[in-house]
Design a protein around this ligand. Structure first.
Ligand SMILES: [Zn+2]
Length: 111
């Protein structure tokens, strides 16, 4: 193997490492995204379980339509949902509020 071959191999290796590094960076970003999504879903799941438990508690007065709690849900329920960390605005309804107060929700509550 002459010097030209060795240098050619080193260059090939450099290129391959560059591609591998780019792939690794993309993979790392995907992992971060999935971890964030997992965290968000865990919190949302926890909140929903809490809500479900409360809805099923016979000691609390029944509210709205039992078949479908969303029908006839009043302002109080929406306000409660908001303060439990969920969006009630029509922009992000039902999603967890991950960044504090939401302008859309606030303006909806103040109507
Ligand atoms: Zn909102």
């Amino acid at each position: 193997m002459d010097k030209q071959d060795i240098f050619g191999q080193v260059e090939n290796m450099e290129e391959e490492l560059g591609i591998a590094f780019a792939n690794f960076t993309t993979f790392k970003k995907t992992v971060v995204k999935l971890m964030e999504e997992n965290q968000r879903l865990s919190i949302e799941n926890q909140q929903l379980r809490k809500l479900l438990k409360r809805e099923a508690d016979p000691a609390l007065p029944a509210q709205g339509d039992k078949e479908n709690p969303m029908i006839g849900e009043g302002y109080d329920n929406l306000a409660r949902l908001y303060y439990e960390g969920f969006h009630i605005c029509n922009v992000y309804y039902g999603h967890l509020r991950t960044e504090g107060d939401c302008m859309f929700c606030i303006s909806f509550l103040n109507k």
